[in-house]
Design a protein around this ligand. Structure first.
Ligand code: GAR
Length: 196
């Protein structure tokens, strides 16, 4: 695949998005982030993406009559940017059938737990509450099962007795920034093998 195009969906801070953009700019991922879309207009990541020279859009689901219409607009933007792979980076909505059908096997996500443990919201708190001694993060394909698609990469962190939700989240996030760019390159290599 030449001129590989990535689209990133965010809802907030955008630190994974930033790691992905920088990995592309450093040629650690053989692709370009062509567009960042946020479902929240106050997402901090929007300003970061703009500062890094990336085209951004904000789409508020409340401006659409249905989730399908909202997702169809997202797809229109992604297709308009010839996006090959859609990367969810702290995008806090469940991706529906419209996006999944338009980008079959081409939507991936990062989740702050060692899946299949601790799916859904507040994964780091769930891990602490359970009392696990190791936690971590997972990059996986997105399908119609919440946080249930095939795994691409994982990494672990050790949980200390004095970890709080905040300190554990910080440790995990550090690993997220390393594995997400790696996972993206793995997926792109798979796609190019399939097409080659
Ligand atoms: C990250 O920890 C990511 O794994 C998590 O949200 C955070 C976003 O941070 N995602 C989920 O919980 C998805 N279920 P970021 O905006 O700084 O990348």
């Amino acid at each position: 695949m030449s001129n590989v195009s990535l689209g990133i969906l965010i809802s907030g801070r955008g630190s994974n998005m930033e790691a992905i953009i920088k990995a592309c700019q450093a040629n650690q991922i053989k692709a370009t982030v062509t567009v960042v879309i946020s479902d929240k207009k106050d997402a901090k990541g929007i300003a970061i993406a703009k500062a890094l020279g990336i085209t951004t859009f904000v789409l508020d689901i409340n401006d659409f009559s249905t989730k399908q219409d909202y997702e169809a607009d997202i797809c229109r933007i992604l297709k308009g940017c010839s996006v090959d792979l859609v990367c969810l980076a702290g995008y806090m909505k469940i991706v529906g059938e419209t996006i999944l059908a338009a980008f079959k096997n081409r939507v991936i996500n990062i989740h702050p737990s060692l899946l299949p443990a601790f799916k859904g919201l507040n994964a780091q708190k769930q891990a602490l509450d359970y009392g696990v001694k190791f936690a971590g993060c997972s990059v996986h394909y997105v399908n119609d099962v919440l946080d249930g698609g095939p795994l691409i990469l994982q990494d672990i962190v050790e949980v200390s007795d004095d970890d709080t939700e905040q300190t554990l989240s910080k440790k995990i996030l550090k690993k997220e920034h390393i594995i997400y760019p790696r996972a993206i390159q793995i997926v792109l290599d798979r796609l190019s093998k399939r097409e080659g």
